[in-house]
Design a binder for this molecule. Structure first.
Ligand code: AVJ
Length: 314
């Protein structure tokens, strides 16, 4: 765990331009900040997808062709706090479907909280959590022959480049069986005046979330990043449809990372790329699933047409 972290940080800060992997946002502090982001005025994504889960639950169940007499696994990649998924779990549980809920997340802390809340709110739901990054978890999927529905919500796919997303979806399809489903939630391309504020909320939660990477490196790898000498820099190019987050060095400076026994040089104005959040349309989704054994069987959108849920059939 710590060895991988060290390696990833070293590689990212040694490359040019510098990068840091966004999966390291999510420690206990990062998880709590992300919950704040999801409830912020500007971050429309969660509300939009929740609208689908609250108001089109029956359509989801119909389109996933779920069958009460057939036990299935409901696997969720990047489950987080499970806010939206609980809407579906509630109905499945009430209607006595037979299934296991298998949330996967990079954060053990998020999984512990999710398990506790499911046990309290939906005690009939059988839950088994699994910590890890998506790619590693993929290989464990085809161990059972049980029919599967994979939920990949919240535009989590958007953190991957199109190239990586294509590989990922293709690998996912290889690890599923005929008739298994992928339920994919993505944020749709829309004007900058809506997208930009979602990645730069006025309370500063997104800034703190981004800067949490440096705080983690300080705490866990004994680095001396001066957080006042770096700043949060969000960008969004409307034609490309990708929101990008950077951390900008406010001056020329050296940062020492004890655990790596190494110093890194930053120019004034130099940017570390920390996250991309891709926005989609039908064409981009088609492109990303092109190499995979999936067919789009249907699509649900929220009332504002901000967000889409695609149901893909293997
Ligand atoms: C959880 C990856 C979907 O990219 O919109 C929120 C993470 N980053 N604000 C996103 C995030 C900054 C979020 N995802």
């Amino acid at each position: 765990m710590i060895e991988q972290f060290k390696k990833d940080i070293d590689n990212g800060l040694s490359s040019s331009p510098k990068t840091l992997p966004s999966m390291y946002f999510y420690d206990k502090i990062g998880d709590a900040l992300f919950v704040k982001i999801m409830h912020s005025e500007e971050y429309y994504l969660t509300r939009a997808e929740l609208d689908i889960f609250q108001n089109q639950t029956q359509q989801m169940i119909d389109q996933l062709q779920l069958d009460k007499s057939q036990h299935f696994e409901l696997i969720e990649l990047g489950a987080g706090d499970g806010l939206k998924t609980k809407e579906l779990l509630k109905v499945l549980s009430q209607e006595q479907f037979s299934f296991d809920y298998l949330p996967v997340d990079i954060s053990q802390n998020a999984l512990d909280q999710l398990e506790k809340s499911i046990n309290e709110e939906l005690p009939k739901v059988s839950i088994k959590t699994q910590q890890g990054d998506y790619f590693k978890v993929l290989e464990t999927l085809n161990q059972s022959k049980t029919p599967k529905v994979v939920l990949f919500l919240g535009s989590n796919l958007g953190n991957m480049s199109d190239e990586m997303a294509t590989k990922f979806i293709s690998k996912l399809s290889q690890n599923l069986s005929e008739n298994d489903k992928l339920y994919l939630g993505v944020d749709l391309i829309k004007p900058a005046k809506i997208v930009k504020p979602a990645y730069n909320d006025s309370e500063g939660y997104t800034r703190d979330f981004n800067m949490n990477l440096l705080r983690r490196i300080n705490n866990e790898l004994g680095a001396n990043f001066d957080l006042d000498q770096f700043s949060h820099q969000p960008e969004y190019d409307e034609t490309e449809g990708i929101a990008k987050s950077f951390i900008r060095s406010e001056q020329e400076q050296e940062v020492k990372i004890e655990a790596l026994d190494k110093s890194f040089h930053f120019e004034e104005g130099e940017k570390i790329a920390t996250e991309i959040s891709r926005k989609y349309n039908d064409e981009i989704v088609e492109k990303v699933i092109k190499n995979a054994d999936f067919k789009i069987s249907s699509k649900l959108t929220d009332r504002n047409n901000y967000f889409a849920n695609y149901i893909l059939n293997r």
